[in-house]
Design a protein around this ligand. Structure first.
Ligand SMILES: [Zn+2]
Length: 172
């Protein structure tokens, strides 16, 4: 295990795992043999790896996502325009209008009163399978506003593996 050693006028060996990259730094008394320090670091190996794993995880979750570009938005609109008519034909459900807007917590929304459907801009980075599922999901809401058995029956009738796709969408 690699570490950066600093010798100081101290009595004990100290070990630090530094954020954000998880590098290991050791301070040791002036005359402690290198072998003893190596053994000390080795004895802490499990703890060091655990710390490094925690740091890697929090660094990954803090990394801001690239904002979705205008080109990606335009591409998403084209994909929806290409995929949606087939679902309207299959289900007989047609939105009065549809729009793409940024939604942080949902993939889509449907106003059952006006028939207007919104798709999340964040779908721009999801594949066609996921997009098809969300299109069907929102169209189904035109008939059933909730997620009850009647709603699920519409999904089952047109997309037998929608539960798998929903799991995939959450995982991606
Ligand atoms: Zn829904």
């Amino acid at each position: 295990m690699e570490y950066k050693l600093t010798r100081k006028r101290i009595k004990r060996i100290n070990l630090y795992v530094k954020a954000p990259d998880g590098r290991v730094e050791v301070t040791a008394p002036l005359f402690t043999p290198k072998l003893v320090i190596d053994a000390f670091v080795l004895s802490k190996a499990d703890w060091i790896r655990k710390k490094q794993a925690q740091m890697a995880l929090s660094a990954a979750s803090e990394r801001p996502e690239e904002p979705i570009s205008e080109a990606e938005r335009a591409e998403l609109k084209e994909r929806i325009a290409r995929l949606l008519p087939a679902w309207t034909e299959r289900t007989g459900l047609k939105p009065s209008s549809w729009h793409v807007r940024s939604m942080r917590t949902r993939w889509g929304s449907c106003n059952t009163r006006t028939g207007r459907v919104n798709f999340a801009l964040q779908l721009a980075r999801k594949d066609d399978e996921c997009l098809n599922y969300i299109i069907l999901h929102e169209l189904a809401h035109l008939r059933v506003p909730n997620h009850g058995p009647e709603f699920k029956a519409i999904l089952d009738a047109h997309m037998s593996d929608w539960r798998r796709i929903r799991r995939k969408l959450k995982a991606q």
